[in-house]
Design a protein around this ligand. Structure first.
Ligand code: ADP
Ligand code: ZN
Ligand code: ZN
Length: 818
C-alpha cells in the first residue's frame, strides 16, 4: 500500500473492550504509519496510546464515523506480527479480550493515557464574590500555578469529589480544560560538563584558571576536570563534584562565568555487571549423557522434559543450551518461578555470560522495564525472567527454558489474562522454531503425562552431581507417646536430636513451615470467639515481632486483643504455629546458635532476601526457618538437615492438587540437604505416617507416586484427563452474589449440562469484602470444540451481567484454573 492510500488504522487499546476500532489517518501522518507503532487516539473524551494492528486503504469504509488519530508516537514498531499473534492466542485460550492481554504484556511505561488539566481562561472578567469558597481556592491557586491536574485540585480542596466544583467553574467560563497524554517513562538522565569553546584547549586553560583564581573551590573544579578528562571521554557533573570535593553551587558559578557548559544525556540504568567471565565447568558423565539424549530428541521435537533430581545439575545443562543458542545468534528466555529467589542463579549466569544477561520481573521500576523491552527488540541475548517475561518482544527467539516447570507461580491468578507461562511457552514451541526445555526434579502431572504420550521428549537425570546420595529420610510419627518436646511444642524429640547432631558436626539446618506469622488464630476459650477479619472469611494472624494481628488476604492490621472483644474474658488462646513461633521456640532450645527466618515478612524485598541468602551461604546463620521461599532452587553447600515441621497441613488443602503439591514441596525442600559433600538428612513430622504419599517420599519414588495420582485423576475426572474452567462470581452483597451465581449456572447448564458443577461457596467465602461463589466446568479433551465452549461461557457471562440488578457482579473466567 502506498502512503497516500493509507486511510484507516485498526487500533488496539490496553482496555477490556469487546472490539477494536478504526481510526482515520490524516494525510500528514500517512507516511509514518507502520504495524506495531503507537499512536495517540481519542476515546470517550480521553486520549490513549494505542497500537496500530491493521492498516487499511480507502476501499474500506467503516459504517461508523471514525475519529482521527492525533499523533504518531513511535518511529519504530514496539511489537511485530508474531507478538500480536501470540497475544491473540492468549486472549482466545484464556477467554479474555485482546486489550486485557496488551494491558499486561507491555510495560506501563509504554502505555500512556491522558491526564486532565485545568487552567484559567485568559482575560476573563470575574466577580470574585460570586465564587464559592472552593471555587475561589482553585481560582486563586491557578493565579500562582498555570495548570492543575485533578490530584492537585483534590489536595487543594482536601476532598476526593472535585468534579462539581470544576463543572461550575467551567460553566462560569473561568476554566479551560484539556487532556494531555502523559508518559510514566522517564529516561535516566546524567548531567555532564564540558569547557566552552573559548577555553577548550590546553593553551587556553590558563585563561580559565585566571578567571577562577580567587576561588579555591573553582580552581579545584577546573583541575579535577583536567584530570578526569584524561581518562574519560565525557566528564559527569557528579564525578567532578566528588573528585574536587565541591558542591553544585560551585559548578554553577563556573557555568555562570561562561567557562563550563552543562549538558544532559540519557543513559541505561541496566548497567552491565562488571567482573570477569568464567568458562563453564566440564560436564559430568551423566550430564553428557543427558545432553546427548536431549540432542537426539530435539532433532524432531521442540519440547523436552528434563526430569533431573535435586542437585543433579540441571542448571549446567541449561547453560550448555543457552550457549549454543546465542552462539548461533539467537535469543534465549530463561523462565524461573520467582525472581526474588534467583540471586544465586543470576550470579552464576552472569559469571559465564556477562552482560549478555538481563533480569526482568515485575518488581523492576517501570523505567527499567521499558528499557528491557527496548533491549529485547534490539536483540539482547539472554533474559532471565519471571512469568511476565513470556510477553517480551523477542525477534529471534531460539530457546525457552522453564525451570521448576511444576511451580504454581507460573500461573497468573489476577487480573486477566489468567495465563500459565509454562503452557504459553509450550505453545510458542509448538508454533515457532523455538526449542523448549521444561526442567524439574518433580515434574507436574501434566508434563509427565504429556511426555508419556510422546508430546514431549523425556530425559531423566537420576544422579546428583558429584555422586552425592539423595538425603536419608526419617519419618516422625507425631501420634507416638511422649514424642513432643514438653509444653506446647511443635517440635518432636527426634527432630531436636537431629538438629543438635547437625550443629555438632558444623552443618547448617533448614526448617520448613508453610505458614508465616506467629499464630494463625486467636480463640476465646470461654465463648468461642475467634479473630476473624472484617473483610475476609479468615482469621487474622498474630505477628509477634510487629505486635499486631494481620489478615493475610486483605492486609488489614489491628492491635492484638488482650481480652475477648465479645465476652470480656481474658482466656484468649493463641492457636497454631507460624514461622515466627517456630523460630521463637527454636531460640529457646538452642540459645547459642544463630537462627534467622526467611518468609514474606523478612524477605519482602529482593535486597532482604539477598542478604539472608548471602548470610546463610557464608555460614553466618546456623538455622534458617522459612516458608516455600526456602524451597525454590536454592543451592547451599553445607546443609546437613532439613526439617519439615507439619507435612499434614500441606495435604489438607481442599484442592485436587493438594497431594501433588505436597509431594513436590517435600522433595524440593528435602533436596536442599547434603548437596555437595556428604549425604544429608530430612526429618518429616506427620500424624499420618501411613499416607501413601509419605511412603513414596521415603522411597524417593516419583514414578509410583505419579502413576497412582494419575489413576485417581482419571477415575474422578480431573486434569490432565479433562480441562477445568473455573468461574468466580463476586459481589459485596451476599444475596446479589448468590442470585448471580444461580442465574449464571442455570444458563451454563442449559448448554453444557452435567459438565457444570456448582455454584458452591469456596473455602474462603469472603475476601476483601467480596462474597464469592464458584462454578466449576469440567470439559472432556476430545470430541468437543473447546473454542465453542469458551465462547458459550463468555456469552453466558455477558448475559448474566446484563440482567437487572446483576450489572455490578464481577465474574472471572479462569481457564486451566490450577
Ligand atoms: P539442580 O538440578 O538441583 O538445579 P544445580 O544445577 O543447582 O542442581 O547443581 C547442583 C550443584 O552441583 C551446584 O552447586 C552446581 O554448581 C554443581 N554442579 C552441577 N554440575 C556441575 C559441573 N558440571 N561442574 C561443576 N559443578 C557442577
Ligand atoms: Zn469470649
Ligand atoms: Zn482480610
Amino acid at each position: 500500500m502506498s502512503d497516500n492510500n493509507i486511510k484507516y488504522v485498526r487500533i488496539l487499546l490496553p482496555l477490556a473492550l469487546p472490539k477494536m476500532y478504526l481510526y482515520a489517518v490524516p494525510d500528514e501522518f500517512a507516511s509514518k504509519i507502520k504495524f506495531g507503532i503507537r499512536v495517540e487516539v481519542p476515546l470517550r473524551r480521553k486520549f490513549y496510546s494505542g497500537l496500530v494492528v491493521e492498516i487499511l486503504d480507502d476501499s474500506h469504509t467503516p459504517d461508523y464515523a471514525t475519529k482521527n488519530i492525533i499523533s504518531v508516537i513511535d518511529e519504530r514498531p514496539i511489537i511485530d506480527e508474531i507478538h500480536l499473534d501470540f497475544w491473540k492466542w492468549i486472549a482466545r485460550y484464556y477467554s479474555c479480550t485482546l486489550g486485557e492481554v496488551m494491558g499486561i504484556a507491555i510495560p506501563s511505561g509504554l502505555k500512556l493515557s491522558s491526564e486532565t488539566k485545568v487552567s484559567i481562561i485568559d482575560d476573563t472578567d470575574i466577580d470574585e464574590f460570586e465564587l464559592s469558597d472552593d471555587e475561589y481556592l482553585i481560582y486563586e491557586a491557578l493565579g500562582v500555578q498555570k495548570e492543575l491536574n485533578l490530584k492537585d485540585i483534590q489536595d487543594i480542596l482536601d476532598k476526593k469529589t472535585v468534579y462539581p466544583v470544576i463543572n461550575s467553574l467551567l460553566k462560569h467560563n473561568i476554566l479551560d480544560i484539556r487532556e494531555e497524554l502523559i508518559s510514566n517513562y522517564k529516561p535516566k538522565k546524567v548531567k555532564y560538563l564540558r569547557l566552552k569553546d573559548d577555553f577548550d584547549s590546553e593553551e587556553n586553560l590558563p585563561n580559565a584558571l585566571e578567571l577562577t583564581q580567587r576561588s579555591k573551590h573553582q580552581t579545584n573544579a577546573l583541575l579535577a576536570y583536567t584530570q578526569l578528562s584524561k581518562t574519560q571521554t565525557e566528564v559527569s557533573k557528579s564525578a567532578l563534584m566528588e573528585l574536587a570535593g565541591i558542591s553544585s553551587s560551585v559548578v554553577k558559578a563556573i557555568v555562570d562565568k561562561g567557562i563550563f557548559e552543562e549538558y544532559e544525556k540519557n543513559i541505561s540504568r541496566l548497567v552491565p555487571r562488571v567482573g570477569e567471565k568464567k568458562a563453564m565447568p566440564p560436564l559430568s558423565e551423566f550430564q553428557e549423557e543427558s545432553i546427548a539424549n536431549i540432542d537426539e530428541i530435539l532433532k524432531d521435537k521442540n519440547h523436552v522434559l528434563l526430569h533431573g533430581i535435586t542437585g543433579s545439575g540441571k542448571t549446567r545443562i541449561y547453560k550448555e543450551y543457552i550457549k549454543r543458542a546465542i552462539d548461533k545468534g539467537g535469543q534465549v528466555l530463561f523462565l524461573v518461578p520467582e525472581i526474588g529467589l534467583t540471586t544465586q542463579l543470576v550470579d552464576r549466569l552472569a559469571k559465564i555470560f556477562g552482560d549478555d544477561v538481563y533480569v526482568f520481573h515485575s518488581k523492576l521500576s517501570q523505567n527499567d522495564r521499558v528499557e528491557i523491552w527496548e533491549e529485547v527488540l534490539k536483540g539482547k541475548k539472554i533474559i532471565l525472567a519471571a512469568r511476565s517475561g513470556i510477553f517480551l518482544p523477542f525477534r529471534n527467539l531460539k530457546l525457552i527454558i522453564v525451570d521448576e516447570e511444576h511451580d504454581s507461580s507460573y500461573k497468573q491468578q489476577n487480573p486477566a489474562p489468567r495465563y500459565n507461562a509454562r503452557d504459553a511457552a509450550v505453545y510458542i514451541g509448538a508454533t515457532r522454531e523455538v526449542k523448549v526445555i521444561l526442567g524439574s526434579a518433580t515434574p507436574s502431572l501434566e508434563s509427565y503425562y504429556n511426555a508419556s504420550l510422546g508430546k514431549y521428549g523425556y530425559v531423566k537425570l537420576n544422579k546428583r552431581f558429584g555422586n552425592v546420595s539423595l538425603p536419608d529420610i526419617k519419618i516422625v510419627d507425631m501420634r507416638s507417646k511422649n514424642i513432643l518436646v514438653p509444653n506446647h511444642s511443635k517440635y518432636s524429640l527426634p527432630l531436636i536430636t537431629e538438629i543438635q547432631n547437625s550443629l555438632n558436626s558444623g552443618e547448617q539446618v533448614l526448617l520448613f513451615q508453610n505458614r508465616r506469622g506467629y499464630s494463625p488464630t486467636i480463640n476465646c476459650n470461654k465463648c468461642g470467639w475467634f479473630n476473624q477479619c472484617d473483610n475476609c472469611d479468615v482469621s487474622m494472624t498474630y505477628h509477634k515481632y510487629t505486635n499486631e494481628i494481620r489478615c493475610h488476604y486483605c492486609g488489614t492490621r489491628d492491635n492484638v486483643p488482650t481480652v475477648c472483644p465479645r465476652c470480656g474474658s481474658s482466656g484468649l488462646v493463641f492457636l497454631g504455629y507460624g514461622t515466627e513461633k517456630i523460630e521463637d521456640e527454636l531460640k529457646k532450645f538452642f540459645p547459642e546458635v544463630s537462627v534467622k527466618r526467611l518468609d514474606m515478612d523478612t524477605g519482602s524485598t529482593r535486597n532482604n532476601i539477598e542478604k539472608i541468602i548471602d548470610e546463610f551461604d557464608r555460614g553466618k546463620i546456623d538455622i534458617l526457618v522459612g516458608t516455600q521461599m526456602i524451597t525454590k532452587g536454592l543451592d547451599f553447600e553445607n546443609i546437613g538437615l532439613v526439617g519439615i515441621i507439619d507435612v499434614d497441613r500441606l495435604m489438607q488443602f481442599p484442592d485436587f492438587r493438594a497431594v501433588e503439591r505436597a509431594f513436590q514441596l517435600v522433595l524440593q525442600v528435602g533436596g536442599r540437604a547434603g548437596r555437595r559433600k556428604k549425604q544429608g538428612k530430612v526429618v518429616i513430622q506427620t500424624y499420618q505416617p501411613k499416607h501413601p504419599m509419605i511412603k513414596d517420599v521415603l522411597d524417593n519414588d516419583y514414578h509410583t507416586f505419579v502413576e497412582r495420582e494419575l489413576e485417581e485423576r482419571q477415575q474422578f475426572r480431573y486434569p490432565p484427563f479433562i480441562r477445568i474452567i473455573e468461574i468466580t462470581i463476586k459481589h459485596k452483597k451476599p444475596n446479589v452474589c448468590h442470585e448471580g451465581s444461580q442465574v449464571l449456572a442455570l444458563e451454563l447448564k442449559a448448554g453444557l449440562r452435567k459438565r457444570v458443577i456448582g455454584p458452591s461457596v469456596p473455602g474462603v467465602a469472603k475476601i476483601r469484602g467480596f462474597y464469592q461463589y464458584r462454578i466449576m466446568i469440567k470439559i472432556e479433551k476430545s470430541g468437543i470444540d473447546i473454542n465453542k465452549v469458551k465462547d458459550f461461557i463468555v456469552k453466558c457471562k455477558n448475559n448474566t451481567l446484563q440482567k437487572k440488578g446483576l450489572k455490578t457482579l464481577r465474574i472471572n473466567i479462569d481457564v486451566d484454573s490450577y
